[in-house]
Design a protein around this ligand. Structure first.
Ligand code: FAD
Length: 489
């Protein structure tokens, strides 16, 4: 059978391996790290377990699809529950707001807490669904091979300017047109951060994101997020995929413009096709460094998405007012984004995301304790003084949480690990530690991501958050699907 090599065991690399194995390929995955998952990793420390990266699961159907494709019953492998409470929100003015999955309940919550009429929310939702219906079939689910083939420049311009896509105004402007209440504008602006972008510059097309979470649902996998990786690796192995850990690929080897294989620890390993799940920037700059003519300069120069600063805190008590997902909003959202995108530093009052998986998976913390994943959005790594920024941010975050929870949090911390953009960059080879590849801060950005199939090298493919259609688990899974479709057969 034909041989396929996948570079990297991130979620997209594993999904691509499964799809190619189902197609009859003999698949080998080479992963630099000791364990699979890439950004979707886990940390075990002092009796606590943390999901190190993603914590919110949307569109789990794309995971089920992989089992179904292999002729297995997904529910036997992968179990998850839909959340009734999607997230709890805390504002500096004392407002507490619960985002219920149920539309009627959420409308009641909003109309009780604010003066906003139900009609505002209905308008927002209709808009969000409309953009989803428009973009999903033609854009997300399909291989978009860039300017050269599918679209010429004029066609692209026409597409991007379709009034229904709402690219002409920013997300923030659109949300201001739906809501009078500033708290709700902020609530919906936050969805720009789901792909590492800025609501004050990103096109209103990104208002598609709340549709995924609020209308298609937020989910939690049994056993936590890392169970996604465990179960997919198991499926891949059952299909005959061979995983090689601690095996970084050093070079993609070509014969003219045809794939020959990859070099691992000095050895050439032949393959008919190679799928890189490594960040597109490093794929070219490291693995194809001897082929500068192949480098797509424009794509490589695109602005990167934001990164993250994460504290993993073991807390020696429990908080009843907290849920699985919690947000503590900045009092000055615009200033926070200006700091991330213009100053490239951290605002003194950042929006804090607190995820507590032990709320649903009690094994993740010792009895009477909670595992706090505390994250703020920060700029991509361009050489800032991260040690200094982290020390300052830690103080500000603890003050904010203590203020909004009416309790001094600092003495409750009994275990700590920290992840900053440098760590994300070095652990997963993500250029500048960005967590979603490139940003979507311009109206063309979404259409400028690198294609999933090389237009120049026969047998070379790309998957993962840095290429089309984008970052986040569902889009990474779609990139693998598009790869397998473009491989043919
Ligand atoms: P990656 O996870 O980037 O993995 C790439 C793999 O390739 C790594 O294992 C790396 O070691 C390996 N590799 C790289 N180079 C080589 C080489 N030369 N040879 C061999 N192996 C190599 N998404 C969501 O959907 N929901 C969330 O809530 C969410 N929150 C996030 C929070 C944080 C803190 C982070 C960091 C990310 C978050 N994301 C979230 C984004 C999500 O994690 C990513 O989009 C997704 O996991 C990226 O998967 P990937 O397939 O692109 O590969």
């Amino acid at each position: 059978s034909k041989k396929a090599i996948v570079i990297g065991a991130g979620i997209a690399g594993i999904a691509a391996a499964i799809r190619l194995a189902v197609k009859g390929y003999a698949v080998s995955v080479f992963e630099a790290n000791v364990t699979p998952g890439g950004k979707l990793a886990e940390i075990k420390k002092d009796g606590f377990r943390f999901d190190a990266g993603p914590s919110l699961l949307t569109l789990p159907g794309y995971i089920d699809e992989l089992f179904a494709l292999a002729g297995k019953d997904p529910s036997q492998y992968f179990k998850y529950q839909e959340l009734d409470i999607i997230c709890k929100y805390f504002y500096e003015d004392g407002t507490r707001l619960t985002a219920y999955a149920d539309e009627a309940k959420f409308i009641k919550e909003i109309t009780t807490i604010t003066d906003e009429p139900a009609a505002s929310l209905k308008k927002q939702r209709a808009n969000s669904s409309k953009i989803y219906e428009l973009t999903n079939p033609v854009f997300l689910e399909r291989g978009f091979s860039g300017l050269n083939s599918l679209f010429n420049k004029e066609a692209l311009k026409a597409l991007v300017n379709l009034p229904k896509l709402d690219t002409a105004r920013t997300m923030h402007r659109a949300n201001q047109s739906f809501f009078k209440d500033k708290r709700l504008v902020q609530f919906y602006d936050r969805y720009a951060t789901y792909n590492g972008s800025n609501p004050y510059t990103a096109p209103a097309t990104l208002n598609v994101v709340p549709h995924l979470e609020q209308q298609l649902g937020a989910y939690f996998p049994q056993g936590g997020m890392y169970s996604i990786i465990n179960t997919l690796v198991k499926l891949a192995e059952e299909l005959g995929v061979k995983f090689h850990y601690q095996s970084p690929v050093d070079e993609i080897v070509l014969n003219n413009k045809v794939i020959l294989g990859v070099k691992v620890k000095g050895e050439l390993i032949n393959a008919d096709i190679v799928v890189s799940n490594m960040d597109i920037w490093f794929t070219y700059k490291k693995l194809l460094k001897d082929h500068p003519k192949l480098h797509p300069q424009k794509t490589l120069q695109q602005e990167r998405s934001s990164s993250a600063l994460v504290f993993y805190w073991g807390i020696n008590t429990t908080f009843n007012e907290l849920d699985l997902h919690n947000i503590f909003f900045s009092a000055h959202y615009k200033a926070e984004f200006d700091h991330i995108w213009k100053e490239k530093d951290i605002y003194h009052d950042p929006t804090v995301y607190l995820n507590i998986s032990s709320k649903l998976n009690p094994d993740d913390a010792p009895r009477g304790c909670e595992n706090w994943f505390v994250m703020i959005n920060v700029p991509a790594n361009t050489g800032q003084n991260w040690d200094g920024l982290t020390t300052q941010a830690r103080k500000n975050i603890l003050a904010k949480l203590s203020r909004l929870l009416n309790r001094d949090v600092t003495p409750l911390i009994i275990s700590e690990s920290i992840l900053d953009p440098r760590g994300i960059e070095s652990k997963t080879s993500s250029y500048q530690g960005s967590i979603y590849g490139t940003s979507s801060n311009s109206k063309y950005a979404a259409f400028m991501r690198h294609a999933n199939k090389s237009g120049q090298v026969k047998g070379l493919y790309f998957c993962g958050g840095s290429v089309h259609p984008g970052g986040g688990i569902p889009l990474c899974l779609l990139s693998a699907k598009i790869v397998s479709q473009s491989v043919g057969r």
